[in-house]
Design a protein around this ligand. Structure first.
Ligand SMILES: Cc1ncc(COP(=O)(O)O)c(C=O)c1O
Length: 368
């Protein structure tokens, strides 16, 4: 099959670009003596997680317990769930996941005593121990306990609670992943976490509470932490890239980030051309997310995409543009890979204009 035969809108991945991205990140993180634990919220496809593991990843991250259930069912055994859970229904599901896959190595992120006591209770009743990573404040002001006495209190609570064990710390500065300019981004990312490592050395280590695992970093910051003590990097978007990550700049000071290639694309059709300057494609915000800005039209700087609502994308054509044909196909680069992918059931792998394979996006919609 070729792209001509594929109906639209369709979610595509350039297989060669994706493979190169996968190898590059693994090599770069390994070269620093750090483990890579890819964040699979970007793709939600067990076969791609397997590929990451086969290239040398330590294990995987999932954002949510629901995604972890999908990955475990597919046979993936080492999963860090990076978002806290906070309800007896979830605590019981987490324990059920452990019981269903006794060989599995699961770890849950927490940042409050209630998480520890809730998970501990159900785990103890089931006769198992659930490993926990404590999320610490790393500048984003999202989840994360303050570094200092509140962190010590949580570590000591885990150690005093049956059914849970202390594995380490998660420090993820999501707000800095898209800081423009390589040097500026690296400097801000380092500054955001350096106090955590000072506290580990000055307080936790002497108290015998130093974490075995320190997990964090993303596609924008995976190189920022040399020598600080992260044991694993959680980058996710690098597998696909998107227009937002494309625009953060590279280390040579250029505006385009070419460290990884844009592999994720959306194949669309021109469905209307009401005026000379304006055409419309069949991809609106239900299949091309706009939370990180507008998608780009690939290799077409003469065309600017603007959302036209749920199901329409408005194209503004440059002055003196020759115009587009009704039915013409155009390739879009999504602005945000995660939220775009979550709208699709299928991802098609392409090489040039040939459609090579497809995957079910099994974890799609599993924000539960
Ligand atoms: C906790 C956590 N870790 C890692 C990542 C990976 O970041 P990226 O996809 O930007 O590489 C994210 C992204 O949302 C995250 O929330």
């Amino acid at each position: 099959m070729t792209l001509d035969n594929l109906d639209t809108p369709a979610l595509l991945v350039d297989l060669d670009a994706m493979d190169a991205n996968l190898v590059a990140m693994q090599q770069r993180v390994s070269a620093k003596g750090v483990k890579l634990r890819p964040h699979t919220k970007a793709h939600k496809i067990p076969a791609l997680a397997m590929k990451q593991l086969s290239l040398g990843a330590e294990g995987i991250c999932t954002a949510k317990l629901g995604e972890a259930e999908v990955m475990a069912e597919a046979g993936i055994e080492d999963i860090l769930i990076t978002t806290p859970i906070a309800n007896p229904i979830k605590y019981q599901r987490l324990v059920a996941l452990h019981l269903a896959y006794p060989e599995g190595k699961f770890c849950q992120v927490v940042d409050h005593a209630d998480h520890i006591l809730g998970i501990g209770k159900y785990a103890m009743d089931a006769g198992i121990t659930v490993e926990l990573l404590i999320e610490v404040e790393s500048g984003q002001q999202r989840c994360g306990v303050a570094v200092g006495e509140p962190l010590v209190t949580l570590i000591e609570l885990i150690q005093a609670t049956d059914g849970v064990s202390y594995r380490g710390i998660q420090a993820y500065s999501g707000h800095l992943q898209h800081v423009k300019g390589f040097n500026e981004r690296q400097a801000q990312a380092r500054t955001a976490v350096v106090g955590i490592f000072e506290f580990i050395d000055s307080h936790l280590r002497p108290m015998n509470l130093a974490p075995d695992v320190i997990s964090g970093g993303g596609t924008g910051t995976y190189e920022a932490y040399d020598g600080l003590g992260f044991t694993e990097i959680q980058a996710g978007s690098y597998i696909f890239m998107d227009a937002a990550y494309r625009g953060i700049g590279n280390r040579e000071g250029r505006a385009i980030n070419d460290e990884f290639s844009n592999a994720l694309k959306v194949w669309t059709t021109v469905i209307s051309h009401p005026t000379k300057e304006r055409a419309v494609v069949d991809a609106g915000m239900k299949c091309l997310s706009i939370d990180m800005g507008m998608p780009l039209v690939e290799d077409r700087e003469d065309i600017r995409y603007q959302t036209g609502g749920d199901e329409h994308g408005i194209l503004h054509l440059a002055d003196n543009h020759a115009g587009l044909a009704i039915g013409q196909r155009l390739m879009m680069l999504p602005s945000h890979c995660d939220t775009t992918l979550n709208s699709y059931s299928t991802l098609y792998g392409i090489r040039g204009d040939r459609v090579i394979n497809s995957w079910d996006i099994a974890g799609r919609g599993r924000s539960d």
